[in-house]
Design a protein around this ligand. Structure first.
Ligand code: C5P
Length: 216
């Protein structure tokens, strides 16, 4: 199979030297890319800025902002059998990017933010992607209810839900504890474990979810 994986955070520029971002390390997405390569799949890894090495054998496309990631996904999605959206994409970006470094002139500074494009939400609705679609949902409350809603709204075949309010798992850690949600099957919790082990299990499942080619 050919797999596209998004990973890492995005950076949304405020001015030439500052940005908004988040605590994503990219480890989950990179572990998925590594597991997919070990299973013999072709991997296109669309990555925000991270400090971990890229898995050998992946085609890596480096991006900064949510808009860059959106455009990279749009240009690489058509040839994929499956797409896994593990990136922690910023939901908002500064509505205006200052051309020069903002000076500390007043006591308070208000930043106006606007929504970034929803890349996963565009896969089916805008890009017309027909392959296996996998999303992540990081939540701090009502995990399964929110994740179930996201699974259906974004047209996913699998959604991986993780509770980021628990210490030691999720963002910027080596371990994760996730529940797998499917459109027509009961939720399946996976035991807490290293992201590498969870990634292997997700790749095994994604290979099994492969959709039959659509009849023209
Ligand atoms: O709605 P929420 O941001 O929680 O959805 C999370 C899922 O959507 C993740 O799979 C994430 O990679 C993806 N996402 C995206 N583009 C965005 C926001 C989230 O692809 N702008």
């Amino acid at each position: 199979m050919n797999l596209l994986i998004t990973a890492g955070p995005t950076r949304e520029a405020i001015d030439p030297v500052r940005y908004l971002s988040n605590r994503s390390s990219g480890r989950m997405g990179y572990a998925l890319a590594q597991a997919a390569l070990e299973a013999g799949h072709g991997v296109t890894l669309i990555s925000g800025p991270v400090s971990i090495p890229a898995p050998v054998g992946a085609q890596v496309v480096r991006v900064e902002s949510a808009q860059d990631m959106y455009e990279a996904v749009r240009s690489h999605l058509a040839s994929q059998d499956a797409a896994i959206f593990a990136a922690a994409v910023a939901d908002y970006r500064p509505a205006q990017v200052a051309g020069q470094k903002i000076k500390k002139a007043s006591e308070q500074l208000t930043l106006q933010l606007e929504r970034t494009p929803d890349i996963l939400g565009s896969a089916r609705a805008v890009f017309g992607f027909q392959g296996v679609l996998v999303g992540f949902a990081a939540e701090t409350e009502d995990l399964l209810a929110h994740a179930q809603e996201k699974l259906h709204r974004k047209g996913c075949d699998l959604l991986i839900a993780n509770d980021v309010s628990r210490p030691g798992t999720g963002f910027d850690s080596e371990e994760n504890e996730v529940t797998l949600l499917f459109p027509n099957a009961a939720p399946r919790p996976l035991p807490r474990g290293p992201k590498t082990a969870i990634a292997r299990e997700i790749i095994r499942l994604v290979s099994g979810l492969r959709r039959p080619p659509s009849i023209p």
